[in-house]
Ligand binder design. Structure first.
Ligand SMILES: Nc1ncnc2c1ncn2[C@@H]1O[C@H](COP(=O)(O)OP(=O)(O)OP(=O)(O)O)[C@@H](O)[C@H]1O
Ligand SMILES: [Mg+2]
Length: 275
């Protein structure tokens, strides 16, 4: 359903800082696939997401979603089909609006008439049901301003907002990286459950290799603007964290180096436990 053909993106072209961030990305993603993406800092993971979301147009290559060429479709038009969540819990919602108002805004985005922002009783009930599924007791705090919530609570509501109308594609750019390990695991679990229940085609960037291997059904490894490994099926099932780090070392001649990976204690233990 999503096809990328020969995508190339160069930042700061014709300057001394010119950088080829995407160097010919070819990728086919089937309906309902949940793919995790790993790689060192600067490998081009976020750039790939920006290309797919339409933040900029690539110099070369094509992007086809559901058989439709969207290579030159603008970002706000793609947003109807493509939902994104970023690392920063502050980014996905308006701090001055209440939980209910934030969800209403996300809900209105999928509707075509202008006044759907109004909070009808029916909508409030729908939002309450959705919030209850998060198991964070937020359904009883619908009039609380978003700015007062913890990072984990905000990311959970952002996840709900991003999926309130089932998107064709969900892009998660390290959406649990700023959370403490327990909360991160909880938001990840919510993500798994929403994605599975609604069969949402999803790409998730993570620095947590353990999570990358245990979430979804396929894992991509990026390095210097290319996909250097595409794992699924039995090969992926048999791959442990140390195995994957060894594959990276073999392919790139250095250890996988990601600052968020080193900050994550649990992950750190995994990495060092293997040496
Ligand atoms: N707007 C920009 N202008 C210039 N260079 C950029 C820009 N955005 C990213 N880059 C460069 O492109 C390369 C890829 O960046 P990108 O953000 O895609 O990496 P990443 O894999 O997401 O890394 P990280 O794990 O640190 O988030 C990096 O070298 C980065 O410095
Ligand atoms: Mg990034």
């Amino acid at each position: 359903m999503l096809e990328l053909k020969g995508l190339e993106k160069t930042y700061l072209k014709h300057t001394v800082n010119e950088h080829r961030a995407l160097r010919g990305i070819d990728l086919q993603i089937a309906d309902g696939e949940f793919i995790t993406v790993i790689g060192s800092n600067g490998a081009g993971k976020s750039t790939l997401f920006n290309a797919v979301a339409g933040t900029f147009f690539c110099e070369r290559g094509r992007i086809v979603l559901d058989g439709r060429d969207i290579t030159y479709v603008r970002e706000h038009r793609r947003a109807r089909q493509i939902s994104r969540i970023f690392q920063d819990p502050m980014k996905g919602s308006a701090p001055g609006l209440t939980i209910a108002e934030n969800i209403a805004l996300a809900y209105a985005r999928g509707e075509n008439h202008l006044f759907s922002f109004a909070l009808s009783r029916r909508k409030l009930e729908l939002f309450r049901d959705c919030l209850a599924q998060l198991n964070m007791d937020l359904e009883n705090r619908m009039n609380t301003r978003m700015g007062l919530l913890s990072g984990g609570q905000r990311q959970a509501v952002t996840l709900l907002m991003a999926t309130i109308h089932t998107p064709r594609l969900l892009l998660l750019d390290e959406h649990t990286a700023a959370l403490d390990p327990l909360t991160a695991e909880r938001v990840l679990e919510m993500t798994r459950s929403i994605v599975a229940e609604r069969n949402i085609t999803t790409l998730m960037i993570t620095h947590n290799i353990n999570a990358a291997l245990s979430t979804g059904s396929r894992t991509l490894m990026m390095e210097q603007g290319q996909i250097i490994l595409d794992l699924e099926g039995g090969t992926r099932d048999a791959m442990s964290v140390p195995d994957l780090l060894a594959v990276y070392r073999e392919k790139c001649g250095k250890a996988l180096d990601n600052d968020r990976m080193l900050l994550d204690n649990e992950q750190n233990m995994d990495v060092h436990g293997s040496e």
